[in-house]
Design a protein around this ligand. Structure first.
Ligand code: ZN
Length: 445
């Protein structure tokens, strides 16, 4: 195993023009879109190199054959070219036009083949006749092509030449990691997958939002430390967890970012625990605008499956917009750059920042005058009104004084009172300044 800087030249970070700029995030996606990624290989390295222009990633190379729980790090797959040629020698299916044309992890082949036999290796989607589907064969020794239904119909020769110039050899699985040190060693884990070829919403949108989020957090004085993972789906997170078991207890909150660029409403899938602070923070943030949806945990989806496996059971949920499989473009060539809306990327980033603001500021307090209400006029409490309505601010003061018995966090109180986060934060600050509230060490038993 080896880590960067062996892989990349010394880092010279280039900030995205504005951390919340959807066009900048979309631009990063456009840079990475052409790369043929898979769960291993040079496509992942090139992708991490692209992200490294914006973030000082540490890159780890894990050798093929390493046992990781019930799995084994696979052989490394790379591809240079692939095509199907007709009798006239024309490329009728061409990897150079779309890397989706080759089933990921296809074994190398070069032969002439009859149409009937060829069709056993072809994948198409009749329901969307112009789209190329995305297929993988990671753990099967086989080869195949994906093509549009209309391309398939146009195959009328009785024989074709097929060629896949791929290699499947002992090598490495590659992942990138960024650690932002906060005041505490307790960590927030944010993970996204980097293993899909030219697919935009599923894969690149998560990368873009995670990159912008990391840049944003890097400028802040943070309570928690933040660990960003840019990893191949499933085997990447399994490998990372296997290699970092001694660190897992530091992870106090986390979420996976995926499919965060489509026009659908923001959606949060709960962690296996269901009532972890991260679950409540996301539900609170999405509930505040009323346009978000929450889904219960299920053992299917993205890398939350591994982080939430029973022996690991970390408080890690998944933030997305339209869930995988619920938009027709999912895992097809129609999940392209045009399918991703820069405004949706911005909105997704804003929601993630809001959730992190809740985590960063959530705390337990003790009311120092808990026997009947304090006489509020005696204290200088109204300088913190700021934006928001005075009525809401006053209610926040009353709720905080009433509920701050060491058992209820700011998030609990804000959720119960239906108050927005900014108002509750300002009111808590004012009450602390007036010495009516003091921090409680922990939730009081
Ligand atoms: Zn996918």
């Amino acid at each position: 195993m080896r880590t960067s800087p062996a892989i990349f030249a010394p880092h010279d970070p280039v900030a995205l023009p504005d951390g919340r700029d959807g066009a900048a995030m979309h631009g990063l996606m456009a840079d990475l879109y052409p790369i043929c990624r898979s769960i291993t290989g040079d496509g992942v390295r090139e992708t991490l190199r692209g992200i490294s222009r914006h973030l000082p990633l540490t890159v780890t190379e894990v050798p093929s054959g390493l046992p990781v729980f019930d799995w084994t790090v696979p052989l490394e797959w790379n591809i240079r070219d692939a095509y199907i040629k007709n009798r006239a020698g024309e490329r009728v299916v061409d990897f150079r036009k779309s890397n989706l044309h080759v089933v990921s992890y296809s074994t190398p082949i070069r032969c002439r083949i009859g149409l009937a036999e060829l069709k056993k290796h072809l994948h198409w989607d009749e329901a969307n006749p112009d789209w190329i589907p995305y297929r993988t064969a990671y753990y099967r020794q086989t080869w195949g092509f994906c093509l549009s239904y209309n391309q398939m119909l146009a195959l009328t020769d009785d024989e074709y030449e097929v060629c896949i110039k791929s290699t499947l050899r002992p090598g490495h699985l590659t992942y990138g990691e960024l650690f932002l040190k906060g005041r505490s060693d307790d960590e927030v884990l944010i993970s996204c997958h980097v293993c899909h070829p030219s697919l935009a919403n599923d894969n690149l949108s998560g990368i873009a939002v995670a990159t912008a989020l990391a840049q944003h957090l890097d400028r802040l004085d943070l309570r928690y430390s933040y660990r960003f993972l840019f990893i191949p789906g499933t085997i990447g997170s399994i490998t990372w967890i296997a290699l970092n078991q001694d660190r897992l207890s530091r992870i106090k909150h986390g979420f996976v970012l995926t499919c965060v660029g489509d026009g659908g409403p923001p959606t949060y899938k709960e962690s296996r625990r269901g009532d972890a602070e991260i679950d409540r923070a996301w539900k609170f943030v999405l509930g505040a605008t009323g346009d978000g949806a929450t889904r219960p945990f299920s053992p299917y989806g993205y890398d939350e499956r591994q982080f939430c496996s029973p022996g690991i059971n970390l408080p890690v949920g998944c933030f997305m917009r339209t869930p995988h499989g619920e938009f027709p473009q999912y895992h097809t060539s129609a999940d392209d750059l045009d399918f991703v809306d820069p405004r949706a990327l911005e909105d997704s980033l804003t929601r993630a920042i809001d959730v992190i603001d809740v985590l960063e500021n959530n705390a337990y307090y003790l009311n120092q005058k808990s026997c009947c209400e304090p006489k509020l006029g005696k204290y200088d409490l109204y300088n913190g009104i700021g934006g928001g309505s005075a009525g809401a601010y006053q209610m926040a003061l009353l709720w905080l004084l009433n509920m701050s018995d060491g058992h209820n966090s700011l998030l609990d109180i804000a959720a119960r009172a239906g108050l927005d986060w900014g108002t509750i934060k300002r009111a808590a600050e004012a009450l602390c300044k007036a010495e009516l509230l003091v921090p409680a060490r922990l939730p009081v038993a």
